[in-house]
Design a protein around this ligand. Sequence first.
Ligand code: HEC
Length: 139
Amino acid sequence: MRPLLITLLLLALALAAACTKEQPTEAPAATPEPVVETEPEIDPATGFKMTGDWELVRGNCTGCHSAKLITQQRGTSQQWLTMIRWMQKKQNLWHFDPGTEERIIAYLSENYPPDAERRRAAIPPNLMPPNPYSTVTLD
Ligand code: HEC
């Protein structure tokens, strides 16, 4: 009778193992939808990217010059702030309350950030033509 007992014991063990085997708690995740980075639409009138606070920028920044002057420009938030300060000092641009200014700068620096490819590297001095003015002394 021993082999039968051992067989039963093994069967019981196998059954126990099968029952305690971890069941997957969640259905396998569905394949994620591919993330499509959609570029914002462009406002036909101004050329601004129609996202975030673009209307605030349109309202404050297109009264004196074309929006093109802005959309062709690139900069970090610091650089955009510098341009705004320059216009405030020299071009009669009004002052913004801090919240408005922050939102304008956020829109500009997020949508028109510096572009690494915009400037070529400087030409090394040994490849430059001689400078005809270098010997001129001003006195
Ligand atoms: C009160 C008038 C006025 C308003 C409003 C104004 N600007 Fe200007 N801005 C100027 C003038 C004047 C110039 C110089 C134009 C030129 O060089 O032909 C200028 C030039 C610029 C330039 C070009 C700078 C460069 O280095 O070539 C940018 C960029 C610019 N403005 C962005 C803005 C932004 C952003 C706003 C909104 C926050 C704004 N402007 C609102 C008057 C204004």
